[in-house]
Design a protein around this ligand. Structure first.
Ligand code: SAH
Ligand code: F3S
Length: 454
């Protein structure tokens, strides 16, 4: 068998795409390795959402130049968002690169590798397809490992957030047919999956560009009925499209986990308007309040950009105030960087000094740390169901899993528990994770009879 070394940068969508890459190449007799020096095919799956992510790509590719000298015949390819954005420019810039495939062209990779082998040509495939069939692997999913799986339900984004490159590198919104999604999840469940993460850049728009298709809330209802499936998550939602039906789904669907990632980006209306987000702070807060009324224990996470062009101290203070008001369970915060083709890069100067961006980022993160620690400590004593993911990263002999609210729990436990749903008592907390302990048999039966398990 030949060996594939695959390195992935970026979001969950990219992780999912990497699984697809491993699967299509697996059928060509390439098995995955984590030792790059032994690989026959080396692929970098790239992210261009922020400047720093893109720079990482170039430094990794620079380092890979020596692979060509060390191992004859090794093929080096680049996929993902930087590949989509740069296309053939990458080949010009990096003479040791063999092939470039964009975000819609994973299924073409085997053919491209064969082309390189046969003729030493340097293929580039970055076409966009309007039909959602480019997301389908005609042979289905056979790569399942563990109890959790990503399932793409749509690709692309039709929003116009001024800072965002995603619509340019992932194309227009296209939804997979719901019947295929359901069949795929049924097959994943047969292969041992208990939790699915439905993926899309803006899942709330699911179905909108496919006449007659289910809405996102209806799709969730349908997936909730799949026998054997225990947990449903999804990401990401745009606040503008958080419909009353979706809020209702959190109140009624047993398998839908109580966690919503709802990127707000900024707490200042003026910045939200320059970002072209399409909602005000009050509209955002009203939706969160409605959701919390219908599902009191829902956990919330968000994305924040600091240092957007023109962001004043007063505008930034609005973001801090919003964080205090909402008390998110987790945030992902970024310093603004201008991205090619985006509106904000074209019409605004990147005028917030780097030092100010860094200071603001730090302020956001330390405020969030306090909030998260307080919230995590408040959960001590609770009994939560976790899905055990694997060994803990913190300590030998410990395992880790996630609660339905997406908190990480570390506990002493046997590795044979990996993949199982386990009620645990929370006995400690840090800002980033919880410490749990296994319940005794008596506690488990009390917990079950209280009907707290989904
Ligand atoms: N809907 C997408 C959003 C993709 S971008 C999703 O699936 O998550 C992820 C996050 O990166 C955004 O929410 C935003 O906070 C951040 N981001 C995007 N473009 C950025 C830029 N130019 N500079 C800094 N952060 C950015
Ligand atoms: Fe980007 Fe806004 Fe879409 S952040 S992915 S353009 S919803």
């Amino acid at each position: 068998m030949k060996k594939l070394y695959l390195q992935t940068y970026g979001c969950q969508m990219n992780q999912y795409d990497s699984e697809r890459i491993a699967q299509v190449m697996g059928r060509m007799d390439y098995e995955s390795t984590d030792r790059i020096e032994t690989a026959d095919l080396v692929i970098l799956n790239t992210c261009s959402v922020r400047d720093r992510a893109e720079q990482k790509v170039y430094s990794a590719l620079g380092r890979w130049k020596k692979l060509k000298e060390q191992r004859e015949g090794v093929i080096i390819g680049v996929g993902g968002c930087v590949a989509q954005q740069e296309g053939a420019n990458l080949l010009k810039r990096l003479p040791h690169l063999d092939l470039v495939f964009g975000t819609h062209n994973i299924q073409k990779l085997p053919q491209m590798v064969e082309q390189v082998q046969a003729s030493r040509s340097r293929p580039v495939e970055t076409a966009f397809y309007r039909q959602p069939s480019y997301m389908e692997d005609p042979q289905g999913r056979t790569d399942v490992q563990g109890a959790k799986a990503f399932v793409t339900i749509m690709q692309g984004c039709n929003k116009v957030c001024s800072f965002c490159i995603v619509p340019h590198v992932r194309g227009r919104e296209a939804s997979r047919p719901s019947a295929r999604i359901v069949a795929e999840i049924q097959s994943l469940v047969r292969q041992g999956v208990k939790e699915v993460m439905l993926l899309g850049q803006n899942v709330n728009s699911y179905g909108k560009t496919s006449p007659g298709e289910l809405s996102f809330a209806e799709l969730l209802g349908r997936v909730n009925r799949i026998e054997g499936l225990r947990r449903i998550r999804f990401t990401t939602s745009h606040p503008q499209d958080l419909s009353p039906e979706l809020i209702e789904a959190f109140a009624t669907l047993k398998k839908l986990c109580e966690h919503l990632h709802l990127p707000v980006q900024s707490g200042a209306d003026s910045v939200l308007s320059r970002m072209r987000r399409g909602y005000t702070r009050d509209e955002y807060l009203a939706r969160i309040n409605r959701l919390r009324q219908r599902c009191a224990n829902v956990a919330l996470s968000t994305d924040i950009i600091v240092g957007f062009p023109g962001e004043t101290d007063a505008e930034f203070a609005n973001t801090l105030e919003l964080l205090k008001q909402v008390e998110y369970d987790e945030i992902f915060s970024f310093m603004y960087s201008p991205r090619p083709q985006t509106v904000s890069a074209k019409i605004y100067n990147d005028d917030v000094a780097e030092a100010i961006k860094k200071a603001r980022l730090q302020e956001v993160q330390s405020l969030q740390k306090e909030i998260a620690l307080r919230k995590n400590r408040a959960s001590i004593g609770n009994v939560e169901e976790i899905l055990v993911d694997g060994k803990s990263r913190l300590k030998n002999g410990q395992i880790m899993g996630r609660t339905r609210t997406n908190r990480i729990v570390n506990l002493t436990g046997d590795e044979t528990l990996v993949g199982s749903l386990l009620p645990v008592r929370i006995i400690g907390a840090t800002a980033n994770s919880l410490i749990g302990e296994e319940l005794t048999a008596q506690h488990v039966s009390d917990f079950r009879s209280e009907g707290e398990m989904a």
